[in-house]
Design a protein around this ligand. Structure first.
Ligand SMILES: Cc1cc2nc3c(=O)[nH]c(=O)nc-3n(C[C@H](O)[C@H](O)[C@H](O)COP(=O)(O)OP(=O)(O)OC[C@H]3O[C@@H](n4cnc5c(N)ncnc54)[C@H](O)[C@@H]3O)c2cc1C
Ligand SMILES: *[C@@H]1O[C@H](CO)[C@@H](O)[C@H](O)[C@H]1NC(C)=O
Ligand SMILES: *[C@@H]1O[C@H](CO)[C@@H](O)[C@H](O)[C@H]1NC(C)=O
Ligand SMILES: *[C@@H]1O[C@H](CO)[C@@H](O)[C@H](O)[C@H]1NC(C)=O
Ligand SMILES: *[C@@H]1O[C@H](CO)[C@@H](O)[C@H](O)[C@H]1NC(C)=O
Ligand SMILES: *[C@@H]1O[C@H](CO)[C@@H](O)[C@H](O)[C@H]1NC(C)=O
Ligand SMILES: *[C@@H]1O[C@H](CO)[C@@H](O)[C@H](O)[C@H]1NC(C)=O
Ligand SMILES: *[C@@H]1O[C@H](CO)[C@@H](O)[C@H](O)[C@H]1NC(C)=O
Ligand SMILES: *[C@@H]1O[C@H](CO)[C@@H](O)[C@H](O)[C@H]1NC(C)=O
Ligand SMILES: *[C@@H]1O[C@H](CO)[C@@H](O)[C@H](O)[C@H]1NC(C)=O
Ligand SMILES: *[C@@H]1O[C@H](CO)[C@@H](O)[C@H](O)[C@H]1NC(C)=O
Ligand SMILES: *[C@@H]1O[C@H](CO)[C@@H](O)[C@H](O)[C@H]1NC(C)=O
Ligand SMILES: *[C@@H]1O[C@H](CO)[C@@H](O)[C@H](O)[C@H]1NC(C)=O
Length: 526
């Protein structure tokens, strides 16, 4: 019901984007891919034998992403029906070798922020078209679900709970594809216990940059398995994934309490993530004013902060899963654990909601997008991972100075102990057990040059990153965005050699996901 309404909302969103923005944008632009030499590129693609098809005319539908800052028109969109379609296409491109600039980008749900799921003049693979893997749920002692790489997490949630099961680790927002989140990490309030989504995958099927279809796991082709997880789409296209499951609870006790002291806030967060018997979901967010609207359900809906008060509040957000028969023990548990915390008395907000509603709590409609200017809103998000040893200095400078007098909203901040995470993946994190995620998820009108305009937000984001750099806080970007290979090397640090080595093994001509701007087309140089 909720999902249905949301889908119609989402299509309104897409239609608006296309009608208002992109069509007019592209009718003025004359992209390279429309010239005669690229028609020569197109004809051999038309000759490939596929179960699905190429679309050469309706390409503007993939020339945007959620960030709405970059618009690249591809030559063609592959609508694959089978994994062999993807393999055939990549093999064709690979065999062109040095005689072509053609590249290939998998597009999940297009929720990247800086054009990562787009392709300028090459091929975009619409992963949601891939129908070969029907969702398959294995019950029993080690339950799992097999899904297509293009499957959306919201669909996985709805299917698995029917069998009383659920994936363990989530993102805040569920209209994202499996391939898209596993290429980054997939982080939310469950990651302190289970690690990010990349920690909860048993096996993948991947099409490499040579067009080979390969199964991989910790035991089989482990280098590819680890490399693809958090691999930013650089080593292969995830066509299938086997995701571990656990029994699904029916209800969730969802609680928020407030702090005015950042040290106490983080002390309590760290205490909670260190306990064995604790909440099932632990997050937190920053409110740079007093007027955020607490009757609203989620932080992304909180109203704009009040500047006049100038006071910063921190909200600890936790949740406990339970079934109706355990209501009393759950109430007892939460009372006990809350009594050990240091929040401001009488600032507790709590409610019981169905499990599915809790996980599906964030909808795009909440992101302050007014329909009339949807097409002109950009999302200049900045997300960083901060080691525990730096979090106090980070907060002091960023909240107390850089963001003072701005209306950044929402800002999420919460810790995990990453010592139990898989160490071999391509995900880059700071080198300490306890790390914090700090997410600045602000939006900006693309045209405005005022204090809330895109240019100013980008300048402030840069100030935050520059501060982290000069103060040597040991911070790493999540959903990293860099323009040059030098910056990418610095991001990967001592992991660069392994990453570049994996790239040269699995995508030696750098065909895959050029929108990440890590490698340019041609033989990989490490
Ligand atoms: C509203 C919103 C909320 C979010 N919340 C969270 C959150 O809570 N936690 C979190 O961790 N992240 C979150 N994200 C970030 C999100 O996880 C990433 O942007 C993710 O890449 C989006 O998935 P997608 O399917 O839209 O990927 P796309 O944008 O389509 O693709 C992103 C990248 O992955 C590659 N890719 C896509 N599919 C595949 C595949 N099958 N195989 C290989 N590579 C592939 C693409 O080529 C591209 O480089 C959020 C993003 C948005 C917009
Ligand atoms: C046509 O495309 C080719 C290859 O992408 C490019 O080099 C050339 O400059 C383009 N020509 C025009 C007129 O756009
Ligand atoms: C269609 O898909 C099947 C596998 O599902 C594959 O065996 C066959 O080769 C595909 N056909 C083409 C033309 O790719
Ligand atoms: C273009 O693609 C969109 C989204 O995939 C689809 O809804 C629409 O029908 C397509 N239009 C044409 C003319 O093929
Ligand atoms: C492609 O280019 C690389 C280096 O530029 C060269 O070593 C290689 O032989 C070339 N391959 C082909 C097939 O031309
Ligand atoms: C990958 O594994 C699946 C299921 O375990 C199997 O059906 C498939 O044939 C395997 N594919 C390859 C290429 O080995
Ligand atoms: C890391 O991956 C390599 C193969 O790439 C493997 O040999 C090693 O055992 C892995 N380490 C861990 C901790 O899994
Ligand atoms: C927490 O659980 C682990 C393993 O289940 C156990 O080794 C450890 O002693 C427990 N710690 C506490 C404080 O109970
Ligand atoms: C808070 O949100 C509710 C709906 O979620 C709305 O009715 C109410 O007007 C809001 N209050 C303020 C002060 O914004
Ligand atoms: C739960 O507590 C209520 C009152 O607090 C009591 O009436 C009820 O019997 C309890 N239920 C169970 C199953 O213990
Ligand atoms: C939205 O952006 C387009 C193109 O950038 C521009 O023509 C239009 O005037 C803008 N609309 C509004 C309401 O700002
Ligand atoms: C924020 O604004 C107040 C009042 O306008 C001013 O006193 C203060 O210096 C400003 N803080 C920063 C960091 O700019
Ligand atoms: C992180 O977790 C590991 C293993 O569970 C534990 O040994 C370590 O002490 C924890 N680190 C911190 C700083 O709490």
């Amino acid at each position: 019901m909720v999902a249905h309404n949301f889908k119609s909302l989402l299509s309104v969103f897409v239609v608006l984007l296309l009608n208002i923005n992109l069509c007019s944008y592209f009718s003025h632009a004359s992209p390279d891919s429309a010239n005669s030499s690229s028609h020569d590129l197109a004809s051999p693609l038309k000759g490939l034998k596929l179960n699905g098809s190429f679309d050469f005319s309706n390409t503007s539908v993939v020339a945007y992403d959620f960030g709405n800052r970059f618009h690249f028109l591809p030559l063609a969109v592959l609508l694959p029906k089978t994994v062999s379609d993807i393999s055939t296409t990549i093999k064709y491109v690979f065999d062109l070798a040095n005689n072509s600039e053609l590249t290939v980008t998998a597009r999940g749900h297009g929720h990247s922020l800086q054009g990562q799921s787009q392709n300028n003049g090459g091929i975009v693979i619409s992963m949601e078209s891939l129908e070969e893997q029907k969702m398959y749920i294995q019950t029993g002692d080690l339950p799992y679900v097999d899904v297509s790489g293009g499957e959306l997490w919201i669909n996985i949630l709805h299917e698995t709970v029917k069998q009383g099961l659920t994936p363990k680790s989530w993102t805040d927002y569920l209209y994202l594809s499996v391939g898209g989140t596993l290429s980054n990490a997939g982080i939310s309030g469950q990651a302190f216990r289970y690690g990010p989504q990349i920690n909860n995958v048993y096996q993948l099927e991947v099409v490499t940059g040579k067009g080979d279809i390969v199964n991989c796991s910790e035991k089989e082709n482990a280098d590819l398995f680890y490399g693809v997880l958090g691999g930013l789409g650089q080593l292969g296209i995830i066509t299938k994934a086997r995701i571990s499951l656990e029994p699904a609870p029916k209800l969730v006790k969802w609680i928020r309490v407030l702090y005015s002291n950042f040290k106490l806030f983080t002390k309590d967060q760290e205490q909670l993530i260190s306990l064995n018997n604790t909440f099932d979901y632990i997050q937190g967010f920053v409110m740079t004013g007093l007027s955020s609207n607490f009757s609203r359900k989620n932080p992304l809906q909180a109203g704009p902060p009040s500047r006049s008060e100038g006071k910063i509040l921190y909200c600890l957000e936790v949740a406990k899963y339970f079934n109706p028969e355990d209501t009393n023990t759950t109430n007892q548990f939460t009372e006990n654990i809350l009594s050990s915390l240091n929040y401001i008395p009488h600032t507790i907000f709590q409610t019981d909601v169905p499990y599915v509603d809790f996980l599906d709590r964030v909808h795009l409609s909440d992101l302050k997008l007014k329909e009339k200017d949807l097409a002109n809103v950009t999302q200049p998000w900045l997300i960083v991972l901060v080691p525990k040893s730096s979090i106090q200095s980070f907060a002091k400078e960023v909240f107390g100075n850089i963001l003072a007098n701005t209306s950044y909203n929402p800002i999420l901040i919460y810790p995990f102990n990453q010592s139990s995470w898989k160490h071999n993946t391509s995900m880059v994190t700071p080198a300490e057990d306890i790390i914090y995620l700090a997410a600045f998820l602000t939006s900006a009108p693309s045209s405005s040059s005022g204090p809330d305009g895109l240019d100013n937000i980008l300048t402030i984001n840069k100030r935050i990153l520059d501060f982290c750099e000069t103060a040597k806080l040991g911070v790493k970007q999540y959903l990293p965005f860099y323009e040059t290979q030098g910056e990418w090397r610095a991001h990967f640090g001592d992991r660069w050699e392994v990453f570049a080595q994996r790239k040269s093994t699995f995508d030696p001509l750098s065909i895959l996901a050029p929108g990440q701007r890590i490698f340019s087309r041609g033989p990989v140089m490490s």
